[in-house]
Design a protein around this ligand. Structure first.
Ligand code: ACO
Length: 402
């Protein structure tokens, strides 16, 4: 039996919308998506233009402050990032509390949350200046935490951030340098990683961003809120899809086998789906997928991997699917994850770090969204309702009578 809560009168009416497919949880001026036309804008700027002309630090500034920075503002922001990239020395003890084979995302959830126990001097969230310092700390320290999560996982010593290096280059240094061997990043590969990070920096009210907002709506500690976002992102239906797309391309293994996989994806008795295809919001080409395809070309060219078999399979698969009635009718196009796994792999990023890379980039969006929410005078604690479908009132039965 069902109690229809609407009959209780005093609560009024509410919508029942599982998965929030038709519910706007907030108003925001950060990111605009038109899924039918395949448009994505950050603060009004098309993602294609930002990917081509901007760098990640500038995009992080844009998301945070709403405007592209002047040269001086950009320099100041960049310098501040460099100055905040060190972790409190005792945080290395937090890393050492994890099992040596812990997944980097598990470590990131824990260590980013643990920042709340270290930085107490920026926690008056009603003060915009305090919020800004927390934002700087998060943006600057998450690359160090991500790289150290990887180093811990493979048993190598932590590499300290280098103030002389830019944001993305510094991350690559902390990932790939060792005390025995330095690392000088290839500028083409740095540029490719910048692009991947720009493409992933924000995507309005997706699951992880909504998690950050919901956690933050109670006034919770900002570091803990971002940790909650990382936890949500970790799910295979969200941040894990590029890993799944890469695994699928590997499983296909040869262009001649594509047809069989397409048929499987169309077969309703088979749960298999083409990974990296389809999107909840985009019913047209995901604009990020086109940029990613181009980036994939550039990276493979640079590394002399033009004959990369997975890229060949991906291109052919895309071509076949885009002409297939099943995919056309359902408006299923490649999404950002279709090519990003191939690029990340070519950059030397291990598969178990793919979602961590996403978290690194999305921190820019999470922080901007959190800041926008806290600064909004209309902000209310998030409290969705439910449609109760449990038992109606019943009386307690003593254990000897059950
Ligand atoms: N392969 C084959 N068929 C598909 C696929 C796919 N990748 N995606 C959707 N369909 C079909 C469904 O079977 C359904 O068919 P039907 O109408 O005959 O029943 C129809 O298309 C609609 O599918 P829904 O699941 O209702 O679409 P929704 O918008 O809810 O799902 C999603 C979007 C979850 C992304 C889906 O397309 C999917 O599972 N894709 C593969 C996983 C993936 O790439 N995820 C990454 C998303 S991007 C990101 O997170 C950054």
């Amino acid at each position: 039996s069902v109690i229809d809560i609407r009959s209780l009168g005093k609560y009024g009416y509410f919508t029942y919308d599982p998965g929030f497919q038709a519910t706007a949880s907030c108003s925001s001026s950060i990111t605009y998506i038109d899924g039918d036309r395949g448009l994505l804008y950050y603060r009004g700027y098309p993602i294609e233009q930002l990917a081509q002309h901007s760098d990640f630090i500038e995009v992080a500034y844009l998301l945070q402050y709403g405007e592209l920075p002047s040269a001086e503002q950009k320099h100041h922001f960049d310098t501040t990032m460099r100055q905040h990239s060190m972790l409190h020395d005792q945080i290395s003890n937090v890393f050492r509390g994890f099992r040596r084979d812990a997944h980097p995302m598990a470590v990131m959830v824990g260590v980013v949350g643990a920042l709340s126990a270290f930085y107490h001097d920026s926690l008056d969230i009603s003060d915009p200046r305090h919020r800004e310092v927390s934002a700087f700390r998060l943006l600057a320290k998450v690359p160090t935490i991500a790289a150290w999560s990887y180093k811990y996982n493979i048993g190598q010593p932590f590499m300290y951030p280098q103030n002389r290096l830019g944001y993305v280059e510094n991350f690559m240094y902390m990932m790939f340098a060792t005390p025995c061997e330095s690392y000088i990043a290839n500028p083409v590969l740095v540029r490719a990683l910048e692009r991947i990070m720009i493409l992933h920096a924000d995507h309005e009210q997706n699951a992880s961003t909504s998690t950050v907002r919901l956690a933050g709506s109670s006034g919770a500690n900002p570091f803990a809120c971002i940790s909650a976002g990382i936890a949500s992102l970790w799910g295979p239906a969200h941040g894990g899809a590029n890993e799944a797309a890469l695994a699928m391309l590997e499983e296909i293994g040869n262009v001649s086998r594509i047809g069989a996989f397409i048929e499987r994806a169309k077969d309703k008795s088979d749960s298999f789906r083409l990974m990296g295809f389809g999107h909840r919001v985009y019913k047209n080409m995901d604009p990020r997928a086109a940029v990613m395809r181009e980036t994939c070309h550039e990276v493979l060219d640079e590394l002399g991997l033009n004959d990369d078999p997975l890229f060949k399979i991906a291109r052919k698969l895309e071509q076949i699917a885009l002409e297939d009635e099943y995919f056309v009718a359902r408006k299923l196009y490649p999404n950002v994850d279709f090519y990003s796994g191939i690029v990340l792999r070519a950059l030397g990023i291990p598969t178990n770090m793919f979602t961590a890379m996403f978290a690194l980039a999305r921190t820019a969006g999470w922080v901007a969204q959190w800041n926008e929410m806290i600064g909004d005078p209309e902000n209310k604690i998030g409290r969705p309702r439910q449609l109760y479908v449990g038992d109606v009132r019943r009386d307690y039965v003593p254990v000897n009578k059950r």
